[in-house]
Every structure is written in C-alpha cells, then in structure tokens.
Design a protein around this ligand. Structure first.
Ligand code: CTP
Length: 406
C-alpha cells in the first residue's frame, strides 16, 4: 500500500452527480485530500438535492463548482479539464454516463469531462435494474472502449432498502483506483511494439453467408488499451468495431487469411505478439460465387484448415520476442495449455474454461489460468481490463531485461 501523501501535487477533479450515494463522495474527497491531492469538486444540480455544497467546499481544496455560468473563472470547464491530472466521477448516475458516452456537455461536469485529456475514473451507482439495462451496459462499454476506467458497483443495500448490484464501490476502492491510474509508468512495455489480435474471424460461404464464432473482441481490445496505457506502441488487428484509444493503431480484418497477412506484417517489428483472436480453424472451400439459392437444394459445405498464424510466428520467432496464445477450453485446461505452449513455441498461454458462467466469449468478465514455462497462475473472475493487466504483467516478466529499450 503506497504511503499517505503519495498523491501530493496531483490535481484531481471529483465530479458528484445526483444519486443517494452522493454522501459517500464526501469520504472519497476526504481520502484524496488526506493522500495529498488538490481536490476540486464539481456537483451537478441534482447532486445538490442529496448533499450540501458547504460540506464539499469545507473539506476539499477549493470551493465546489456547480455551474458553467456562475463560476469565478469565466470558462471553468476548460480550466478544470486542462488542469486535471485525473477526474473521478463518484457517484456516476445513468444520466451522466449516457451524456459522457454521447459527448453531450449539458452541465459543468459533463462539459469538463469532454474538455479533458486526463484519465477519467467513473464509479457508477444506481438501482440494479438500471445498471443491467442494455442502454447503460452499452454506454459503459463505450466508455471502457475509450479507455475510461470503470470502478464496478458492488452488491448490497440500495436506496429504498432494495438489495442487489448497483451500490457505489467503497471509497477506499475508489482511492486505490485513483492511485493505480496515477502511478508513474515504469512499464517494460514503454516504447515497445505490441501486436494484439482480437475478435472472431468470419469465413465466407457465399456472397452473403459466413461461418464465425462467438468471440466479441472485448478481451483483445482490453489488452490493447492496457498496453497503450503502459506506454507501448500498439497495433491491434481486429474484427470487432470498438473505438480505439490513443496509442492504438487499428487494422480491421474479416477473415483468417486477412488476419494472418496483417499480423505477419506487424510481427516483423513486434517485441510482443498477443493472439487473443478466435481465429477460425476451418474455412469453406471453394467460396460460392454470388448467393446460394434455396431452389438449388441444400448445399454441402466443404471445409479446409486455415493456416495457424500463431504456430507460424512460433516457428519464426526472433530472440527476445514474446509470443502469447489464448486457449479456449472446456476440459483439461492446464494440460492443453501446456501442450500448446510447447507445440507452438510460445512464452505464455492464457487459458480459459469457456464452459464456466461469465467466462470468455461475449462477457465483460473472464477467469483465466496463465501458463508459462515457469509455472501457472490462476486469475479468478474479474473484468476483462483486470485480466488484461495480469496478462501484461506476465508479458513484462517474460521480456528479457537485456532486451529493454534505453
Ligand atoms: N490461432 C491462430 N491461427 C489459427 C487458429 C488459432 O493463430 N488458425 C491462435 C489463436 O489466436 C489462439 C491460439 O491460436 O491464440 C489458439 O490455439 P489453438 O490450438 O488453435 O486452440 P483451439 O482453436 O482451441 O484448438 P483446439 O480446437 O485444437 O483446442
């Protein structure tokens, strides 16, 4: 645990929006001030229905800001957005999350969020039904894909006595996330070229039909975003449609053949290649010209194997290059992963048991076992960003110190 005072000199904007959990924002601000940060609070008009301005003004480092128009400085959102080393939104209501995801700036808090390049930590709090609504899920996923850090709400008592997921994370958890995000990067990945693949490939049968799989690309995108956060130069070869974060250059592909060509090109200068994609093992041959019509009868689809991209990289691996494979398994997780590690000449295999609930394809969460030549480590169910951080910790441990860039 870092020492108290480790946030000294850091300018942190804390945005408080209108939910019952606003009272916990008081404690978040106090913890940040105690850790040495200069805390500038912003309240939305609805937040003022839950806590008094005097409370936040008294314990933060400057008086609370509430409006684009009544502030002492003429353009408070740009002043706060530009000065911030970090913005923490706690609690973040469904409305603020939606406005931020849509790029709307209808109050001082959302205007400040749009007017900053600082990292942002969003801490949602709302009723379970709202948290699980597809619109909220979509907006949270959008923010994540842009590199916003989400501190998941917890299970527990909600407003009105209901129980369920949606309670604001504990103030100590929010403080820990602020510290993690602001921690100086001493990553071995800084200035390295990291190539990541993501998503499931789509193999055409005819002009309109494809064979594909359930991979969403979320885990690969989370790894790419985290590698960029650690200072790597990232090439992301993906079939998925999420927006990239700064530092990630995206190559969009569809088929295994296109993915192989893009990966082989990028791998020539890569220090690390992480094959998160679910590449089709088989593809239809030949691809019918035009569309197969019903009146032609039920077609027989003949498949041929696709080239194994990762095995090809393993066979041509340069000294010092780190290769990471993924293995989606339903049984014998570790044994199968160890055999892939050896066969494909890999440094790391990340294995997940996709028969378990909330694990792997399509979910926001994952549980994996990281297998290296030195041993295995099990990462219990966590959001895909956390799993990405563990995978990259393992990559950093595999990068040979003598290969480090100056
Ligand atoms: N992979 C690849 N090229 C392929 C198929 C898979 O690069 N044509 C990569 C995937 O990106 C993943 C790893 O290989 O990193 C998966 O290994 P693989 O042996 O193909 O696992 P499975 O597809 O699960 O194979 P099996 O069905 O034999 O378990």
């Amino acid at each position: 645990m870092p020492n108290a005072g480790d946030l000294s000199g850091r300018f942190i904007v804390v945005g408080v929006s209108g939910g019952i959990a606003a009272y916990k924002a008081v404690e978040v601000c106090r913890l940040l001030v105690d850790a040495g940060a200069h805390v500038a609070p912003i309240m939305t008009p609805d937040a003022e229905r839950f806590i008094g301005k005097t409370t936040l003004s008294a314990l933060c480092s400057e008086p609370v800001h509430t409006s684009l128009w009544d502030d002492a400085s003429p353009i408070p959102h740009t002043r706060l957005g530009q000065r911030a080393d970090l913005i923490v939104v706690a609690p973040a209501t469904a409305r603020v999350i939606a406005a931020y995801a849509a790029g709307m700036s209808d109050d001082l808090l959302t205007a400040t969020l749009i007017a900053t390049v600082a990292p942002v930590v969003v801490c949602p709090a709302m009723h379970t039904e709202m948290w699980e609504h597809p619109a909220v899920r979509h907006n949270v996923a959008t923010l994540r894909s842009r590199g916003v850090h989400i501190v998941e709400p917890e299970d527990g008592r909600l407003a009105g006595g209901d129980m369920g997921r949606g309670r604001l994370a504990a103030p100590e958890t929010i403080l820990a996330e602020a510290r993690r995000v602001l921690a100086p990067t001493q990553s071995k990945l800084a200035a390295r070229h990291v190539v990541v693949s993501a998503g499931g490939t789509r193999e055409p049968i005819d002009a309109v039909r494809v064979i594909t799989n359930r991979s969403s690309g979320k885990q690969g995108h989370a790894i790419a975003n985290e590698a960029a956060r650690r200072g790597a130069k990232v090439t992301l070869v993906t079939t998925a449609d999420f927006l990239p974060v700064p530092g990630v250059s995206v190559v969009r592909v569809e088929t295994a053949a296109e993915m192989k060509s893009a990966i082989d090109t990028a791998a020539a200068s890569a220090d690390v290649v992480i094959m998160t994609a679910a590449v089709a093992d088989f593809r239809p041959v030949p691809i019918a010209e035009g569309k197969w019509k019903k009146h032609d009868g039920v077609p027989s689809v003949v498949l041929e194997p696709t080239p194994d991209i990762l095995a090809g990289l393993g066979a041509a691996k340069r000294p010092g290059q780190v290769l990471v494979g993924f293995a989606a398994e339903t049984s014998n997780l570790v044994d199968n992963a160890k055999s892939k590690l050896a066969h494909k000449n890999l440094d790391i295999v990340v294995a997940n048991d996709v028969s378990q609930p909330k694990v792997g394809f399509g979910h926001d969460t994952n549980a994996v076992t990281i297998v290296t030549k030195l041993g295995t480590s099990a990462i219990p169910l966590a959001d895909k960003r956390t799993v990405a951080a563990h995978v990259l910790d393992s990559v950093e441990a595999s990068l040979h110190p003598t290969q480090e860039h100056p």
